[in-house]
Write a protein that binds this ligand. Structure first.
Ligand SMILES: NC(=O)c1ccc[n+]([C@@H]2O[C@H](COP(=O)([O-])OP(=O)(O)OC[C@H]3O[C@@H](n4cnc5c(N)ncnc54)[C@H](OP(=O)(O)O)[C@@H]3O)[C@@H](O)[C@H]2O)c1
Length: 260
């Protein structure tokens, strides 16, 4: 059940920056080879690849809003790394932004529908197609593996201004739970992490604004999370010792939202 010992081939989607880059770095630091995936941030992605310790890392490009590109991503990573991907971290996603806010009471119907389609197409369908392609390949080769998805606290706490974002990630939580059962007989373990607010480049302006204090105050620690704190949890979930966590959703929110 444990992945083969020695360096593994790891695909981290959306890893030019932010949480994805921290995850790529954590795997590289323990000696794994990483395919850094980007959609648009090609230059930033190259810098990330160059910054990783060790050798054999690669850059792969795909738009997860396009099903054929999503389906081809694990094969592209396999080709770039020279061996099949046995660890997939589903990090890429359209996160919340002022542009995509759609509070129910004030959003007009066509905008509402458009935002739902955008979130579901990339966050849910794109990620599901990548995961299907990667795990099918493992089953075909008879290799064990790991899938870890970056979900969100918002699935449990609610996202009042971004209901489609929360729903698109809830679908991933549910997909991972289902795949954990379906793929266990093939030696593939699947888990989800649900971070609260994490200080990435994407949210730097928000954290520096007057809203920052309220966000930090959401946790009794009086701060938000760090990308490295998500990365270390992902690294553990991908470790041989964590196979029994398959099917789990791990909350990483500094006690800002508790659930039974
Ligand atoms: N930061 C937080 O507070 C927080 C909390 C909970 C969950 N999360 C989740 O953690 C993940 C990373 O968040 P982050 O803050 O590090 O955000 P980020 O910097 O925006 O990273 C997300 C990455 O997803 C990629 N992406 C977006 N649309 C894509 C598409 N159509 N096809 C392929 N890739 C696409 C982007 O790649 P390119 O730049 O190359 O286009 C981007 O680098 C996201 O899934 C987010 O929902 C974040």
């Amino acid at each position: 059940m444990a992945p083969a010992s020695g360096p593994r081939a790891v695909l981290v989607t959306g890893s030019a920056r932010g949480i994805g880059r921290a995850v790529a770095m954590a795997f590289a630091q323990q000696g794994d080879r990483v395919a850094v995936h980007v959609r648009s941030a090609v230059d930033e992605g190259r810098k990330t690849v160059d910054s990783l310790p060790g050798t054999g890392h690669a850059l792969v490009v795909a738009d997860l809003g396009e099903a054929d590109q999503s389906a081809g991503l694990p094969a592209a990573a396999e080709e770039a790394l020279g061996e099949p991907v046995t660890v997939l971290v589903n990090n890429a996603g359209i996160a919340t932004s002022a542009d995509l806010a759609h509070p129910p009471a004030t959003t007009d119907p066509s905008t509402w529908q458009r935002h739902w389609e955008t979130y579901l197409r990339v966050n849910t369908l794109g990620t599901a197609v990548v995961t299907h392609a990667m795990t099918r390949r493992l089953v075909e080769l008879g290799l064990p593996g790991r899938v870890i998805s970056i979900g969100t606290r918002g699935v449990h706490k609610g996202e009042p201004d971004f209901p489609a974002y929360a729903a698109s990630k809830a679908a991933l939580h549910a997909m991972d739970a289902s795949l954990a059962v379906a793929l266990a007989p093939h030696g593939i373990a699947v888990a989800t992490v649900a971070p609260g607010f994490i200080e990435t480049e994407r949210v730097a302006d928000k954290l520096a604004s007057p809203a920052g204090d309220e966000i930090r105050g959401g946790s009794p620690f009086g701060r938000v999370g760090r990308p490295e704190e998500v990365a270390s949890a992902v690294l553990w979930l991908a470790s041989p010792e964590a196979v029994w966590a398959s099917g789990a959703t791990l909350d990483l929110n500094g006690a800002s939202h508790l659930r039974p």
